[in-house]
Design a protein around this ligand. Structure first.
Ligand code: DGJ
Length: 723
């Protein structure tokens, strides 16, 4: 709901449980009055009275009085000494600005952002236009609301309405002021094979900044932050989320002022950024999804999960059956031929998988990671008969066929590089940095995007391919393109990601029936921007049954479990060398879009039986993975037990899965898991334990934790009981 009170010049935005109120204050600034839990509309007068105290109108012109004003967009050089949301440098070099309200518009639905991923549908959008007092620059702030949701999408459009060019030196997407208080900031950090670790620290005075300068959203830090009010936990208290729908260099900052209020803002990273706006041109900053929860982090995560499934993912794939993949990567790495792959396909079919995915190594001279990238032509020496032989065998066994690509990359030892050495990101005379022996293609050049589109399209249209795994195995360096003028190199990083989005948009539109999975050496590019094109992402290269509990826990903070590819792999684990029971690997992999990452042709009968039963179990719970609500019961970062629970929206079914670690809790009634998310009034049966009890009892008394050895896991199926 969006309402405008004409007399008070107040905008009232309302979601499922939050209110967001702002007004045009006496000085003409757009000022926040409230963001948080539901309040009473009759108290608007009181809100305004408090707002006026923070920005007395008489003090504004010529006085340094803006530091305490909770502005909806921070500006620079006119008495607000906090970090601004935008910095616009004019042709004469001046960059002070002061934006005041000009007009607004309330529209139905959601705006479509050309070239950028965005919320696909919405109930209403408020667009408020502000104009600079000192230059012909305009900013339009967008607020997109969703009935029945606590997500609020924000973004901004900056316009040069003058006749001289201007340069944007910062153009964040949103500015959000939280009232004075003690807050903590939670972030997801990591590295290759240890994605999405959770760290929470107090927000002190000054600026706390999360960012990526890797050219991709990155596993260093995920483009997300949760700002938690003191006392907020998994199950209670207030918190705010800020998630960027963006996959390039980004920043989210939280600045605590002298008064204790916290200004949260973010968008495209301004470090190394600049953007030239010619007369009449506009710059659209990527969308950010803010979210409010009055019931702890768990509720915040559920809101984000619903939002991404319902508004970000391609609707035809969001909640429908996911390919149950058997992937050959960990089975063969680069060392395969048709003879080796055919039994793996047979084995995959026997296990109950429905898609076989041929990973890296099928093209060009690709026998290791130092050659072939960029040459999307089947290596028929390795694969006699081309892909057809494999696809035929898949069909015969009732499987679909999927294929790996890494479209944005190139090896120097490739036909593509030999033909077009100028197409890589590099600066003449400077040795480029290599990552995994590869260079990155310069996607700021439209001819490069066209070339990749055509060569990938050729393979997809000549073969019966149902699934694409789209990889991206290194970060960006150099940040330079010879095709961009010297004074506009600051546009490179953003233009690169616009090139990637363009490629993703074109390929997913040209092959709408193909299921695309994102990947970037695991979770290097796990973000809402990628999820707009690819409904699922390879969560991590770490397939270890213990490490996965932490990676999946962290990732679930702001992404749905269905966005995570979770495969059962062999032991000892290729990444950690650890051995965990097969059942444990299966249980953990059932808490996401499951599949297999092992040699299906070399399993013992016992292993086959266990994986078959895992796949059968998964089919039974897939609805919960796709549409259910996640309740995180036991935190693997804080305890020696991991446990998560999925509950159907109608609360008739649930699935609880967990694992105990070294020195884990011993069973018996001393250790219980209190179930959450069930209906207090319904009676449930826990299949495996024979327990029949009400949702209320299961929440209050809990259920005994099973007695298991190190890395032992369990899974319970819960249904509403008629008994
Ligand atoms: C990194 C991915 O994360 C792996 O799953 C695999 O596809 C390799 N790249 C292939 O090079």
């Amino acid at each position: 709901m969006i309402r405008y009170y004409e007399r008070q010049k107040t905008f009232w935005l309302r979601g499922k449980s939050y209110d967001y109120v702002m007004y045009v204050n006496g000085a003409g600034f757009l000022q926040n009055l409230h963001y948080g839990g539901r309040i009473d509309e009759n108290d608007l007068g009181e809100l305004i009275r408090r707002g006026d105290l923070l920005c007395p109108p008489q003090n504004v012109n010529g006085e340094l009085a803006l530091d305490a004003m909770p502005g909806e967009y921070g500006f620079f050089g006119r008495g607000d000494f906090r970090e601004p949301t935008a910095v616009i440098e004019r042709h004469d070099g001046a960059s002070m600005s002061r934006f005041r309200y000009v007009s607004h518009e309330i529209r139905n639905g959601a705006p479509r952002l050309k070239g950028l991923p965005h919320a696909r549908s919405a109930d209403a959008t408020l667009a408020v236009t502000l104009r600079d007092d000192f230059s012909p620059s305009e900013i339009t702030l967008y607020y997109v609301v969703f009935d029945g949701s606590d997500a609020l999408v924000r973004y901004a459009e900056l316009k040069n309405a003058g006749s001289e060019p201007v340069r944007l030196k910062r153009a964040f997407s949103f500015c959000n002021e939280l009232p004075s208080g003690d807050y903590k900031m939670l972030r997801l950090f990591g590295a290759w094979a240890t994605e999405c670790r959770v760290e929470t620290t107090q927000i002190g005075r000054g600026v706390t900044r999360l960012q990526s300068l890797r050219g991709v959203s990155s596993y260093g830090l995920n483009p997300f932050a949760a700002i938690m009010r003191d006392g907020c936990t998994e199950t209670q208290g207030e918190c705010y989320g800020a998630q960027l729908v963006y996959s390039g260099n980004w920043a989210i900052t939280a600045e605590k002022s002298f008064s204790g209020s916290v200004r949260v803002q973010g968008g495209v990273n301004d470090f190394g950024f600049s953007w030239e706006l010619g007369a009449g041109e506009t710059f659209v900053a990527p969308q950010a999804v803010l979210c409010y929860s009055g019931e702890g982090l768990g509720q915040l995560s559920r809101e984000y999960a619903d939002f991404i499934r319902e508004r970000i993912m391609r609707p035809e794939f969001a909640c429908s059956h996911r390919p149950l993949v058997a992937n050959n990567w960990e089975a063969t790495f680069f060392d395969f031929n048709a003879e080796k792959l055919l039994p793996i396909i047979d084995g995959a079919a026997e296990l109950g998988a429905d898609t076989f995915v041929l990973d890296d190594g099928w093209f060009g001279e690709r026998n290791f990671d130092n050659a072939g990238l960029g040459d999307w032509v089947v290596n028929t020496e390795k694969l006699e008969g081309g892909l057809k032989t494999l696809i035929e065998r898949c069909k015969k066994r009732g499987l679909k066929f999927g294929l790996w690509f890494e479209p944005e990359m190139v090896n120097e030892d490739s036909e593509l590089f030999r033909a077009h050495p100028e197409w890589v990101i590099a600066k003449a005379g400077v040795e480029p940095v290599r990552g995994r022996n590869q260079l990155v293609l310069d996607l700021t050049r439209p001819e490069v995007v066209d070339y990749i589109f055509n060569s990938v399209s050729k393979i997809l249209s000549e073969n019966d391919i149902a699934y694409v795994k789209w990889d991206f195995n290194r970060d960006l360096t150099e940040f330079y393109s010879a095709s961009i003028p010297a004074n506009r190199q600051g546009e490179f990083a953003h233009r690169f990601i616009l090139g990637s989005y363009n490629l993703m948009e074109r390929l997913t539109s040209a092959f709408p029936e193909v299921f695309f999975e994102g990947c970037a050496g695991g979770g290097r590019r796990f973000d809402a921007g990628v999820l707009y094109y690819f409904p699922q992402i390879w969560t991590s290269d770490n397939t270890d049954g213990f490490e996965r509990t932490r990676i999946q826990w962290g990732t679930s903070l702001c992404y749905p479990v269905s966005a995570m590819s979770c495969h059962v792999a062999a032991c000892p684990n290729h990444q950690t060398g650890r051995t965990t029971p097969l059942n444990t690997r299966c249980v953990v992999a059932s808490l996401g879009a499951t599949g297999c990452e092992l040699d299906c042709s070399k399993l013992t009968d016992g292993e086959k039986a266990e994986i078959k039963s895992h796949i059968k179990n998964y089919k039974q719970i897939e609805e919960l993975v796709l549409r259910g609500d996640l309740y995180r019961l036991s935190n693997p970062f804080e305890t020696n037990m991991f446990c998560e629970m999925l509950v159907s929206k109608d609360k008739t079914k649930a699935y609880v899965a967990g694992e105990v670690f070294l020195g884990g809790p011993f069973g018996g009634y001393a250790n219980v898991l209190r179930l959450r998310g069930l209906s207090e009034r319904k009676t449930y049966k826990i299949e495996e334990l024979g327990i029949i009890a009400s949702g209320r009892t299961l929440a209050v008394l809990g259920v005994p934790v099973p007695q298991l050895g190190d890395f032992g896991a369990w899974a319970w199926h819960i249904t509403e009981s008629e008994e």
